[in-house]
Design a protein around this ligand. Structure first.
Ligand code: ATP
Ligand code: MG
Length: 424
């Protein structure tokens, strides 16, 4: 026998018993974002490597060690997208949708990062991203956060996630802070973990994220980013908080929250949960006013977030929050005996689908005796089985068996749809 080829480590198949949860989540998101006026945008999974180097930042974890980069047959360096924001900006700007315009966009799809696979962390994972362009004021930051809160509410997750909020100020404020932080940390360089020592030169803000105890101890007396935040950034942050408060959105301020990517400024936020171990963040985002220009476009303010579908699915499953209506189930199983009945069963099944587009109608295929077909009907766990034989065809009726009670009754072919729809 030929050797079977397995999926790539960290890249998962979503099997039929799971895909209904994904569909439920995606449908819920689509309806919530639409209600705020966001329109979907789709862009390729592969882009020029430079887009992510410039967009995400050379010194980020993503670009340093997580990208799937390869040369195509022309020798051009391409990368499987590790996130959506850079591509979204590229696509929207290329189509002339950004400068001097307001856009509310969202997207969904696979992202690729070469990470150590574990629960809630994969090499192909899926994000839903929501981005807004052309609005520099804090009200749009608030709108996005309120939108995400509405989504959690719809999914039953609101009480299981916590909103963490911070401001990381303007680029100039961060530069001043970085200099002070580096000056302070350099004195204790040998007490920092290896990654943090390296980041002193490349991306010092990320040191604040370090989980290392010794590094955290050194950080206790480090200068605070808060003290470097200027008036404009502070006013922006104050307005955001005022709007959230007025809308009853609870949050905590996490001064250590800086986010990993280069492009953020002013607002950053994360929704975290205590139910998923160390893969705690289900949604993360912030303001990135500099990115469009950094990618060659005309300066355009922007703010957005991305959520991880796998982590949200895990959370919904862990908390048992998937509604019965979201699960796949068969409503009607149709069986028939004899050629004329088989032909008629198609007409009947089509009629049922025509009358009620939500009905799941399974027509048994491949013939077989009555007993075997009934076994298939049992296995399908359908609510009703419809039985058509030669006698029924001649009388213009069919037998309808209610599988929960075992009761069976004859109905005119013309009436059966109405009967079933009334029962479901
Ligand atoms: P983390 O700190 O967990 O690595 P991140 O800061 O790298 O997350 P973002 O780039 O902000 O993550 O992506 C937004 C969201 O996408 C995350 O909050 C998470 O829910 C999800 N996500 C990121 N990386 C992965 C992954 N490798 N597998 C599954 N989900 C992921
Ligand atoms: Mg990461």
């Amino acid at each position: 026998m030929a050797r079977k080829i397995q999926a790539i480590r960290g890249m998962n198949d979503i099997l039929p018993d799971q895909s209904s949860v994904w569909l439920y989540l995606e449908k819920t998101v689509a309806s919530v974002v639409k209600s705020y006026g966001y329109q979907q945008i789709r862009f390729p999974i592969v882009e020029n490597t430079d887009l992510f180097k410039r967009g995400v930042g050379e010194t980020t974890d993503i670009v340093e060690k997580e990208m799937y980069t390869f040369d195509d047959r022309n020798g051009e360096s391409l990368t499987l997208r590790p996130e959506g924001t850079a591509s979204c900006v590229r696509a929207a700007d290329q189509a002339g949708l950004l400068f001097n315009q307001v856009q509310r966009l969202w997207y969904t799809g696979p992202m690729f990062r070469y990470e150590r696979p574990q629960k809630g962390r994969y090499r192909q994972f899926h994000q839903i991203g929501v981005e807004s362009f052309g609005m520099g004021t804090a009200d749009i930051d608030a709108e996005l956060i309120i939108l995400s809160a509405r989504l959690w509410k719809k999914l039953g997750l609101l009480e299981h996630v916590e909103l963490q909020l911070n401001t990381i100020g303007l680029a100039s404020e961060r530069e001043a802070y970085k200099a002070a932080l580096v000056e302070y940390l350099t004195q204790y360089k040998d007490r920092l973990d290896e990654d943090s020592q390296r980041r002193l030169d490349t991306n010092p803000l990320r040191i604040l994220d370090s989980k290392d105890e010794s590094t955290q101890a050194v950080l206790k007396d480090a200068p605070n980013l808060e003290d470097f935040i200027g008036e404009e950034s502070q006013a922006h942050f104050d307005l955001l908080q005022a709007i959230l408060k007025a809308n009853g959105i609870a949050y905590v301020i996490n001064r250590r929250l800086v986010r990993g990517l280069d492009y953020y400024g002013k607002t950053v936020f994360e929704w975290v949960t205590t139910h998923l171990g160390s893969q705690a963040t289900v949604c993360a985002g912030g303001r990135y006013d500099g990115l469009v220009e950094q990618l060659g476009g005309k300066s355009t303010p922007a703010v957005g977030f991305a959520m991880g579908i796998e982590r949200l699915v895990l959370l919904l499953e862990t908390l048992d929050l998937i509604p019965a209506s979201a699960k796949f189930s068969t409503d009607v199983f149709v069986i028939s005996m004899g050629e004329a009945a088989e032909v008629a069963s198609f007409v009947l099944a089509e009629n049922l689908r025509e009358e009620n587009a939500d009905l799941v109608v399974l027509r048994h295929c491949g013939g077989g005796n009555f007993k075997n077909q009934m076994k298939k009907a049992d296995k399908s766990e359908a609510r009703f089985t419809i039985i058509l034989g030669q006698d029924e065809i001649e009388q213009g009726i069919c037998q309808v068996k209610d599988m929960s009670t075992g009761e069976q009754q004859a109905y005119a072919l013309d009436d059966v749809a109405a009967y079933i729809n009334a029962k479901l």
